[in-house]
Ligand binder design. Structure first.
Ligand code: SAM
Length: 277
């Protein structure tokens, strides 16, 4: 037992929280597991934690039991609010719940640094939120780390190295300014109801400064174009970026006949610097 609240199966029955597929509701009911996920985020004692999609509150309870200073939980499904209210009462002044769509809400005004983001994300909005967290207006962003559950295949794309199919925009966005690692793998049976796919938790620790210098907007444009047509040679997929793209590729130390998935992040950053000159 991690707290004195009822087991999650009872919470779900008491509040009639039938999981909804449309909201990506695959719940974690094992509180030892949610506490373990919370621990992957590191020492939470001096941190505000932003949790997206608390649902019936399993991970929320893990985060609070593991000592988070405060949790801000953003949940779209109003049916979950009474269950979350009970969690807030068990941890006075440490849990704030906002009933909102995380894609619409500006969370900044509700958080005090340092901030860690921890979530078992709804699969349908997970990648969209990750890209937003990784592309703030200025770096460093408001958060120190992201500890997020994804479909295993998405997790593998986040940590992928050059040379394979999984390597692409998500790997470059994630690893350019963060240390990204898969820290846990979970089978479908860990969730209720079980999803069709395996899942994994990724931990992204932001770097104070990017690994290699580049303008974020130019890098993003170059990488998007390169991987949009990933089977083509770069001199052809990047034609639209600049009329001098062949010269820029050579100046960046990249063969114009190479394909996007062979170029490491350092190469894309060198190319972005050339294009921006
Ligand atoms: N954190 C809980 C757990 O681990 O058991 C629930 C995880 S479940 C995979 C995803 C949760 O995100 C659901 O509670 C769902 O209602 C919520 N959700 C879905 N779309 C959302 C959105 N756009 N904004 C906020 N919450 C959302």
């Amino acid at each position: 037992m991690i707290d004195s609240l009822p087991p999650l199966r009872e919470v779900i029955a008491a509040h009639d929280l039938q999981p909804k597929k449309s909201l990506g509701q695959n719940f974690l009911l094992d509180l030892n597991l949610t506490a373990k996920i919370a621990r992957q985020a590191g020492d939470l004692s001096g941190c505000d934690v932003l949790e997206i999609g608390p649902g019936p509150g399993g991970l929320t309870r893990g985060l609070l039991a593991e000592g988070a200073r405060r949790v801000l939980a953003v949940e779209k499904d109003a049916r979950c609010l009474p269950a979350l209210e009970e969690v807030a009462e068990a941890y006075p002044d440490r849990l704030q719940v906002i009933n909102a769509d995380a894609l619409e809400l500006d969370v900044l005004e509700h958080l005090t640094p340092p901030v860690r983001v921890v979530a078992n994300l709804p699969y349908n909005v997970g990648t969209e939120l990750l890209v937003r967290w990784l592309t703030p207006k200025a770096w460093p962003p408001y958060w120190d780390s992201l500890t997020l559950m994804f479909q295993k295949e998405v997790a593998q794309r986040i940590v992928a190295q050059p040379g394979g199919k999984a390597y692409g925009r998500l790997a470059i966005l994630s690893q350019w300014r963060c240390e990204a690692r898969i820290v846990m793998q979970l089978p479908p049976e860990a969730f209720t109801p079980p999803p069709k796919v395996h899942s994994a938790v990724v931990h992204l620790q932001r770097l104070e400064t990017p690994r290699f210098e580049a303008d974020a907007a130019v890098l993003s444009r170059v990488v998007a174009a390169a991987f949009n047509q990933r089977r083509k040679m770069l001199r052809s997929s990047l034609k639209g970026i600049s009329p001098d793209i062949e010269a820029h590729l050579v100046a960046a130390g990249i063969k114009p006949t190479e394909r996007a998935e062979q170029v490491p992040i350092e190469g894309f950053c060198a190319l972005a610097r050339e294009v921006a000159k």
